[in-house]
Design a protein around this ligand. Structure first.
Ligand SMILES: [Zn+2]
Length: 446
């Protein structure tokens, strides 16, 4: 019952529009006006604006960050921590139907956006302020500043994505068999370490299932002065491999047919599967507490298992474990790989518990509508949920990618019935098969 206490009396659902750099943020939805303050669900902050959002349930605290600023807000509290110190909010964050609402103007301003309110059209205009030529103060970047933004394993291939070029040093060790990849002058990106705070010598693990060769992937900060990340592939048996790089992606390919040619060589189509959220960014929280990040990772890994058998598709996963990859890094992985198709997989959430159905989004009509239409058709047939259609929206990962890109919302986790179906293994298999069928139809692969 706590939300009756926390939800301020003057709250009304609003038809307020949000524009980012003069582009409407479609589907931002569920904007509330409270005491004349525009309040938005935190998923708008993470998915539409692309900032890192960390939710600490025990403290009811939201941490929002980008590379230059961090703010901390607490449900029901009018004080917030910002890079400027402690500040008083126009309106405290509140919870409504399992969704945390935060004041848009405050968050936007703190994250470095210009925020303007047009009262006639009831529109919030957000503008990215471009840094002037003299903001760098002549400071040269730290030579150790190359960061590891993501590590995933799919298609018998390890992928390491970094902010810049890395010079990997690989070696083979036995007893037990393993491949060691050292990445001199690198550290982990802030996003990757959300919630893990890996210190020197500590080890993170990516479980690998269904591989005859690979047991697991481990990663650690091998040394801190100079900073060096080490990634280890633990093998079941000794295995040859090829190491190659494409832009800022480093691949360790264990396929017997592996060459050192870039991904997609030999006429293969490069497909990026992007399970949304991860780590401390749980995504939507279901009616009984099922976390979106887990459902979409399961579906993504099932898609990966199916695509492994497709000889004409070269698959890259943005994540294959419970790590968080910043949205811009997901885009960068796709761009660095010169991907042919990008598909982000999500589960929906809404304050209205009755909201239901499957929907797929595209950002650009010319480039991506066909992909979105085809994915929607196949997945809808698999879910049997209400048809919410293939439609336009400005989610960051589909707006910034330059290849055909779509974002699938399988169903509503906040709908108790759909949540109970979406956690089922059989259902997830069916959805994964439908996604693969859709991708193959779009890519014209028989
Ligand atoms: Zn999502």
């Amino acid at each position: 019952m706590s939300f009756f206490i926390l939800l301020p009396q003057t709250t009304t659902a609003a038809s307020t529009q949000i524009m980012l750099d003069n582009q409407p943020i479609e589907g931002a939805g569920d904007v509330m006006i409270t005491n004349q303050t525009t309040m938005v669900p935190i998923r708008v902050i993470s998915e539409k604006l692309g900032y890192n959002v960390k939710w600490k349930k025990s403290d009811q605290q939201v941490t929002i960050s980008n590379p230059s600023a961090t703010i901390k807000l607490t449900v029901g509290q009018s004080n917030a921590d910002s890079t400027r110190g402690n500040v008083v909010l126009e309106q405290s964050p509140f919870m409504k139907s399992n969704t945390t609402y935060v004041p848009l103007r405050f968050v936007g301003t703190e994250m470095g956006l210009k925020v303007k309110w047009d009262n006639t059209s009831k529109t919030v205009h957000l503008e990215k302020v471009t840094a002037g030529p003299d903001t760098n103060n002549g400071v040269t970047p730290d030579p150790n500043s190359t960061t590891i933004e993501g590590i995933s394993y799919s298609d018998n291939r390890l992928m390491i994505s970094s902010s810049d070029k890395v010079n990997p040093v690989d070696s083979v060790l036995t007893n037990p068999n393993r491949i060691v990849i050292d990445l001199p002058k690198t550290s982990f990106g802030a996003g990757f370490l959300q919630g893990t705070e890996l210190k020197q010598g500590e080890v993170g693990t990516i479980p690998v299932t269904g591989s005859a060769d690979v047991k697991q992937i481990r990663y650690s900060i091998f040394s801190s002065q100079p900073s060096q990340v080490r990634v280890v592939i633990d093998l079941n048996q000794s295995k040859s491999y090829k190491l190659y790089q494409q832009n800022d992606l480093t691949f360790v390919d264990l396929n017997t047919t592996a060459t050192t040619k870039p991904v997609g060589s030999g006429g293969k189509k490069v497909v990026i599967i992007d399970p949304g959220h991860g780590d401390t960014d749980s995504g939507g929280i279901g009616a009984t507490g099922v976390l979106e990040k887990n459902v979409v990772l399961n579906v993504g890994n099932k898609v990966a298992a199916l695509l492994k058998k497709e000889s004409q598709i070269d698959l890259i996963m943005t994540r294959t474990d419970d790590t968080f990859i910043p949205l811009d890094s997901r885009v960068k992985i796709a761009e660095d790989a010169n991907a042919d198709v990008f598909l982000s997989i999500h589960g929906n959430a809404a304050p209205n518990k009755d909201a239901s159905g499957t929907e797929t989004f595209y950002a650009d009509t010319k480039r991506s509508k066909l992909l979105s239409d085809i994915i929607q058709k196949h997945v809808l047939a698999a879910t049997g949920f209400k048809d919410r259609n293939s439609k336009q929206a400005n989610y960051l990962v589909i707006r910034k990618t330059t290849m055909p890109a779509a974002l699938l919302e399988i169903g509503f986790l906040t709908n108790k019935t759909e949540e109970s179906i979406m956690v089922q293994d059989d259902f997830q298999n069916k959805v994964a098969q439908a996604i693969v069928a859709g991708l193959k139809e779009y890519l014209n692969i028989k």
